[in-house]
Ligand binder design. Structure first.
Ligand code: ADP
Ligand code: MG
Length: 257
């Protein structure tokens, strides 16, 4: 079985990468998990996962004349398979974003859950493809009205490509009241539940600086606990791996995102 879940948001810096790795580690207790840094223009998962020196990354797999195998960009870390992406702007320019379909199809053959750390903006093929490919999307937001409206755009876009909502994850929450104030609107407009409210936590920043996912760096922190709660709210659906791989391979790439 396999399901692809995009972790997305309307803005950068909301904690998509932190959330991708945290959900990945929590889900890895029950499933075989593969996380992919599909934010190919603003990649930063490698720094969060201690893979800054990874010799082969997703960028190498997206080159038209790629001479590496998908497996060469897969690193087993923290109980998951991790596919980091490089940060070179030249490599990003040379990459063919549509090749992500084949990479994801290949990865889907041998995992239960594919988490796609997705770009924030929706302005280009490379930015929208992870959300288009995914079965469902988790929207990571700070609990403010402007952030909700950004997140809704992501959800609308996802819906238009048949990607369902897996729920909303509030992150960097400063006080419980802020979530309470917008709870009604969140429930009314978003598909899926509020998966968790993750507090703003020094442990999250320190983990990033240490090059470790939060659940490895501070597993007993309140923030880690909230991410585990969020992961428990995502029931992974059972689709035959071959069907999913074929679907990824044949996904329609939007021409005018
Ligand atoms: N709950 C949190 N509390 C405090 N800092 C956080 C939290 N989640 C993420 N951060 C920090 O915010 C910054 C951006 O997070 P990151 O996951 O890289 O965001 P994105 O991938 O959306 O750009 C990082 O320095 C990270 O450590
Ligand atoms: Mg990121």
């Amino acid at each position: 079985m396999v399901e692809a879940v995009a972790v997305a948001s309307g803005k950068g810096g909301t904690g998509k990468t932190t959330a991708t790795l945290a959900l990945g580690m929590a889900l890895a207790e029950r499933y075989d998990v593969t996380v992919v840094d599909a934010d190919t223009g603003m990649a930063n998962l490698l720094f969060h996962a201690g893979l800054a020196d990874a010799p082969v990354t997703l960028h190498d797999l997206l080159l038209d004349d790629a001479d590496v195998a998908v497996d060469d960009a897969v690193y087993h870390r923290f109980g998951m398979d991790v596919v980091p992406c490089g940060t070179s702007l030249d490599a990003f320019r040379e990459a063919d974003p549509t090749r992500l379909r084949d990479v994801v199809a290949e990865l889907a053959r041998d995992t239960d859950v594919l988490l796609l750390d997705s770009p924030a903006a929706l302005g280009s093929v490379s930015a929208v493809l992870p959300v288009v490919l995914a079965d469902r999307v988790v929207v990571v937001l700070q609990p403010t009205v402007p952030a909700l409206s950004d997140g809704l755009k992501v959800q609308e876009y996802a819906r238009s490509y048949g990607t369902d909502g897996a729920g909303v994850l509030f992150n960097k929450v400063h006080d419980g009241d802020s979530v309470e104030r917008i709870a009604d609107r969140t429930e009314r407009y978003f598909d899926g539940p509020v998966l968790a409210s993750v507090p703003d936590a020094d442990a999250a920043r320190e983990a990033r600086d240490a090059g470790e996912p939060l659940l490895a760096y501070a597993p007993a922190s309140a923030a880690a606990e909230a991410f585990r709660e969020a992961a428990a709210g995502i029931e992974i659906r059972d689709e035959p791996a071959e069907d999913v791989a074929a679907r990824f391979r044949s996904a329609v790439v939007p021409e005018q995102p």
